[in-house]
Every structure is written in C-alpha cells, then in structure tokens.
Write a protein that binds this ligand. Structure first.
Ligand SMILES: Cc1cc2nc3c(=O)[nH]c(=O)nc-3n(C[C@H](O)[C@H](O)[C@H](O)COP(=O)(O)OP(=O)(O)OC[C@H]3O[C@@H](n4cnc5c(N)ncnc54)[C@H](O)[C@@H]3O)c2cc1C
Length: 279
C-alpha cells in the first residue's frame, strides 16, 4: 500500500476549529513515504471504501498518468483536500474539512475517531508564482481557507497581500497565521448558504501594476465569474492567475447574501498604496 502512490494513514486526533470546520490529524508509518511538494496549496485525495463490499478499490495508474478502475470493480469514491500541515519528523498531517450536509468526506471527518484509517495519495501543488512577486490577491471560501492559511504562512514578508475570505457566518472566522504587509477582509455568506459574493467582490478590487498574482479557490460559479473578468475585462496573462473551482454547488437558487457594509466596500475598492507596489 505505501510503496508508491497510495498510503494508509490513521486518525490521531479530531478537533473543531469552528462550527463549520473540523481538523483531523493523521499519523502512521505510511507518512514516511508521502512525497510532499512543499507548495502551499498542495492537495491530495482521500479514498473511501465501497459501501457494499467495504473494499477500497484503488485506481491503476496507466503509463500516461490516467487513472483506471480495475476491471469488474466499482469506481472508488474519493474527495480532494488540502494538506494544511505536514510534519514528516513527527509523522503528522492535518487536513481541515468544511462541515456540510451530504458530503462523503465531510461526514466521515465529523465522526472519525482515533484509530480509524483512510487511504490518501501523494500531494500535488498548484501555486507557484514568479519569484519576483511584489503583490498578490488571495480569495477563498471556506474550502480554500486551509490552503490560504498555508499561503500566508509561507509568504515572503516583502510581498504585499490582500486577502478576502467568504465564510458562512461570523462564527466561522478563524485566526490566521501572522503575515506581514497583509490586509484581510472577511465577508459572510456563500458556502452553500447564500449565493457567493466572491465574484462581485473581485470586481471591486483594483489591481496594482508590477509583478503580481491572483489566487482564487472557491465554488465553481464564483470562480467562473472571476475567470471571465480576468480574460474579457482585465486581459491578464494566464500565468498571473491560479483560479481553481474547489466544489460545485448544485443549487442555483440560493438567496442573495445581505449587501456588503459600506466600510467593507470602501476598503476593498481602495487603491493599493504606491509604496506597496513600487519595485
Ligand atoms: C484542490 C482542492 C483542494 C481542496 N481543499 C479542501 C479543504 O482543504 N477542505 C475542504 O473542506 N474542502 C476542500 N476542497 C473542496 C472539497 O473537495 C469539496 O467540497 C468536496 O465536494 C467535498 O467532498 P465530500 O465528499 O464531503 O462531498 P461530495 O460527496 O463531493 O458532495 C456532496 C454534496 O455536498 C455539497 N458540497 C460539497 N462541498 C461543499 C461545501 N464546501 N459546502 C457546502 N456544500 C458542499 C455538494 O454540492 C454535493 O451536493 C478542495 C477541493 C480542491 C479541488
């Protein structure tokens, strides 16, 4: 199992970071074989046993990297999560799960007990901005919060950073890692409760000149709105953005969230200070 791509790990601890987020700490010798990337938004998959047979049918990886289900077996059920913390020396890995109804992984995480095991694969990272980065705009809903927290932890002090996080309610705010030259704005709604406002908020934020990067991880509709603006209005090069849909909300009739407070709009739409972006 641990030889290459897949690793069976064990739950060591479970704790709620907020009513809407539960952290599992995994342990086990198998973590010695995990090939972490060190990239802040690295993610992996959790593979679940089949409901009927109890067997975890792992995919076969073909020579060209495609995943195939072994013949005669049901396709494995898996969900994607960010590695919030990996400490190979202590053999510990944290993964933070958004609490939501009807989710295979989310519901498993809410009730997982120490000693329960699960199969994971090797992580893969996405966010690799240019080394001469001067500014970055980071936007996420609750699913992107673990990656965003790691991005702040790993950020260089001389990179100026604006952060917008949409969580369901005030209770879902979390304390984030200390990060120099960083302005953080929390907004409320989205996350399967109301329609996300991340797309609307993105349009309010002016982008400074110079080497910068936009990183967005949120629900698919919000990410699509941003992708469209980036391409059609801002005409930014693809390599200056990492816009990733982390989940799909099947309900397109969510109510609108309450209007943004005027102070929040003002701070979001304020220009970046010249000294922030001067090279
Ligand atoms: C690269 C990457 C990294 C990710 N990192 C994280 C992470 O660290 N933590 C995390 O919690 N999620 C993360 N996600 C999102 C996560 O993969 C999805 O939310 C996934 O659907 C959860 O799996 P599940 O088995 O719980 O639910 P599923 O069985 O996939 O979905 C069941 C139902 O739940 C709904 N649903 C799914 N997610 C949510 C949600 N967040 N809020 C409300 N309803 C939802 C779906 O619309 C569906 O109706 C990440 C996704 C990607 C692509």
């Amino acid at each position: 199992m641990t030889a290459g791509m897949f690793h069976e790990v064990t739950v060591a601890r479970r704790r709620f970071l907020s009513p809407g987020m539960v952290r599992l700490t995994f342990t086990g010798k198998a973590l010695d074989h995990v090939r972490a990337t060190g990239i802040a938004d690295e993610y992996l998959r959790l593979f679940f046993p089949d409901d009927v047979t109890g067997e975890t049918v792992l995919p076969i990886i073909s020579a060209d990297g495609r995943w195939q289900t072994p013949e005669g077996k049901p396709p494995v059920r898996c969900s994607t999560y960010t590695v919030r913390r990996f400490d190979s020396r202590r053999r510990e890995m944290d993964i933070d799960f958004v609490v939501h109804a009807g989710g295979l992984a989310s519901e498993w995480a809410q009730t997982a007990e120490p000693g329960h095991s699960i199969v994971i694969n090797n992580p893969r990272g996405l966010y690799q901005p240019s080394p001469d980065l001067r500014w970055q705009l980071l936007m996420a809903d609750a699913t992107g919060l673990p990656a965003l927290a790691r991005l702040l932890e790993q950020k260089r002090d001389n990179v100026f950073c604006r952060v917008v996080i949409e969580v369901a309610s005030d209770e879902d705010k979390q304390s984030l890692p200390e990060s120099a030259n960083t302005q953080i704005t929390w907004i409320y709604g989205g996350n399967g409760v109301t329609r996300s406002r991340i797309g609307e908020v993105f349009a309010l934020i002016p982008l400074p000149p110079g080497a910068g990067h936009i990183w967005v991880s949120a629900e698919q509709t919000a990410v699509r709105a941003i992708r469209k603006r980036v391409k059609d209005v801002l005409a930014l090069p693809a390599e200056s953005c990492k816009l990733v849909a982390y989940w799909i909300d099947g309900d397109s009739d969510r109510p609108q969230a309450a209007a943004l407070n005027a102070d929040v709009v003002q701070s979001l739409s304020a220009a970046w200070l010249e000294e922030e972006v001067d090279a």
